[in-house]
Design a binder for this molecule. Structure first.
Ligand SMILES: [Fe+2]
Length: 308
């Protein structure tokens, strides 16, 4: 979608999303183990809702999964009497496991992700030598969003934007006046997402971020993570386009693409891999499902030695 078409589509969305009676209601749940914010967004009139970037708890020592984080989401959805239409993933996360299939069982909702997930499935399907039954065509998900695709949440119009760079398949979901931007920008005092995973690109990330920053200044931005910047004592996962343009330490207005790419590339070279990358990628490329059990009935997570 061209930026002109984007801004025309977005004008229509914000026209609805900024009316006080149709402004989306958002409640976020923060998992301090993986620093992940799960957002529940709903239309106040119809109660139609989407859950964005859910968390399945995972103990790497025991290999046990649990649902303490997701249970809080279920309790909130039931208390608010919401009708969950979507379980959205901004991307295939490398730092936490998705609870989307479990939440779908409890609450309903179609599991949606960006169409380029097939590229991620190809890359990691090869690295993990996934079983032939693991098709690398996105079929594990209920819906694959393409750039500029519109949808709705009750009365709220919404649009999906392809914002690659952190991974090839990242999407942002704009619902009313709120944009759920996954791992692109973080809080202004923390900067931006890393761009060194397979298929990532700092240059592409810069372009995706500038696209997000072309949204109206008052647009609310909801992030997938916060890590508390030095000097800040609380976790924060909501900001605005205006605040990012003025203050983001990596990409405020005036920072060139080349300057960003050098900074991001140098910084990424110092980062270690996320603690949960092995289980996360294997589960999340399967839309949150465990690998199929082997002939003893047990599911296994693999570790490729000397590969990542
Ligand atoms: Fe991520």
């Amino acid at each position: 979608m061209s930026d002109l078409a984007l801004s025309a589509a977005y004008d229509q969305i914000v026209a609805a999303g900024h009316q006080p009676q149709t402004r989306p209601c958002i409640r976020s749940f923060f998992d301090e183990t993986t620093f992940t914010a799960t957002h529940v967004v709903h239309d106040p009139r119809t109660r139609a809702a989407a859950i964005i970037d859910s968390v399945m708890d995972y103990d790497p020592a025991s290999g046990r999964t649990s649902f303490h984080s997701a249970e809080q989401v279920v309790a909130y959805v039931r208390q608010e009497n919401l009708n969950v239409l979507w379980q959205l993933e901004t991307h295939a996360h490398a730092d936490h496991l998705s609870a989307a299939p479990w939440l779908k069982k409890q609450l309903g909702g179609q599991i949606g992700i960006g169409a380029d997930i097939v590229q991620v499935q190809q890359t990691f399907g090869a690295i993990f030598n996934a079983e032939p039954a693991f098709t690398r065509d996105g079929a594990q998900f209920d819906h694959l969003f393409t750039d500029g695709e519109t949808f709705s949440l009750g009365d709220l119009p919404a649009i999906a934007l392809h914002v690659p760079g952190h991974t090839p398949a990242d999407m942002a979901f704009i619902i009313g006046d709120a944009a759920f931007i996954g791992d692109t920008l973080f809080m202004p005092d923390y900067g931006t997402a890393r761009a060194d995973f397979p298929g990532g690109s700092a240059r592409t990330l810069y372009r995706s971020i500038r696209r997000l920053l072309s949204l109206p200044p008052q647009t609310r931005l909801f992030l997938c993570h916060d890590y508390k910047a030095p000097g800040r004592n609380t976790f924060v996962w909501e900001t605005t386009v205006e605040a990012e343009r003025q203050n983001n330490i990596h990409v405020h207005d005036g920072i060139s693409e080349d300057a960003f790419v050098s900074m991001r590339t140098a910084r990424d070279a110092t980062l270690s891999l996320p603690n949960l990358i092995m289980p996360s990628v294997q589960i999340n490329m399967r839309a949150g499902h465990l690998p199929a059990p082997e002939n003893n009935g047990i599911s296994y997570i693999k570790i490729p030695v000397n590969t990542l």
